[in-house]
Ligand binder design. Sequence first.
Ligand code: ATP
Ligand code: MG
Length: 268
Amino acid sequence: MATLPGVSGRGPAGEATASGVTSMASTGTSSEDPRKFALRVRGVTKVYRTDSLEVLALRGVDLDMLVSELIVLVGPSGSGKSTLLNILGGLDQPTAGQVLFGDLDLASCGEAALTRYRRDHVGFVFQFYNLIPSLTAEENVALVTEISRDPMDPGEALSLVGLEERRNHFPAQLSGGEQQRVAIARAIAKRPAILLCDEPTGALDSRTGVRVLEAIERVNKVLGTTTALITHNAGIADMADRVLSFADGRIAEVRENTRKRPAKEIAW
Ligand SMILES: Nc1ncnc2c1ncn2[C@@H]1O[C@H](COP(=O)(O)OP(=O)(O)OP(=O)(O)O)[C@@H](O)[C@H]1O
Ligand SMILES: [Mg+2]
């Protein structure tokens, strides 16, 4: 894989990321573990309350995400995957527990710190691309780089997802998969420590979806961006370092892929 000039990954404290980190079989590790952590989740619960109803969306989640690790989350609808992803991204806070990004506890910090965390350190990719139709691919990415501290050039971000030749196209002139790759370029152009993807291929066919997965895989490798990806597609789990299977608000099973399958070999 070619490396791009001026591209480097960052961990919670802005340190260079370790490359070639291998994954772990358990969700938790001891405090002596020399590997660097991107996020540490401890005893996280989430209760949604409405007038008449209480939903226990997360019932005690423990997880250490290693810097540059690629984690895939699978599990039935309603098992808590998006709830956890939103908490990891500082879009929501848990009812109890800790979510540590370096010394910052996302579970107990104030709204301003949470906003800074999201702005500086997190890239989001959702099923729907949310691009601005009146702006070109490059301008959509530039919207983010203009307010970032140490952004990539928008063209560099687009080239990382294989879209350098589409930079002047408007979203309507791009396929669904290409639009999603623009959304990935937009998410990673600020060089986030964490990339969170909630069903990024959910609206795409297999061939197009694989190109999106290849873009995520490349960002993970080249930038060392710690990545969590939710999918309903069991085949996609093969590209992960670790696969977390959710059931009923808990991580029911953890699988370590000793040999990751390249995204280009995945089909569904
Ligand atoms: N804002 C909310 N208010 C009330 N209940 C919620 C809210 N968000 C999620 N829930 C509930 O929490 C549980 C977990 O939802 P979550 O969205 O995390 O599931 P999921 O695993 O992502 O499912 P899917 O695969 O369908 O996206 C579900 O029972 C859901 O109905
Ligand atoms: Mg979901």
